[in-house]
Design a protein. Structure first.
Length: 64
């Protein structure tokens, strides 16, 4: 059984269930929204392995 809301509304079709994004897929977007650094700063954080992107998700790394 897939995940999704158990709430059902009569007359409404159930929306397709979308998989969650890979771990780290939103890292840069969240950093921009929360800390507002420039892209060079985010690049340096990645280079120093302080933060990671989706390439570090074990489920994604095998498919790259």
């Amino acid at each position: 059984m897939g995940s999704g809301s158990r709430v059902r509304v009569d007359g409404s079709a159930r929306a397709a269930i979308q998989p969650a994004p890979p771990l780290g897929a939103d890292t840069d977007e969240v950093l921009h929204q929360v800390l507002a650094p420039d892209s060079g700063t985010i690049g340096r954080l990645h280079d120093a392995s302080v933060v990671a992107g989706a390439e570090c998700d074990p489920k994604v790394a095998h498919s790259l």
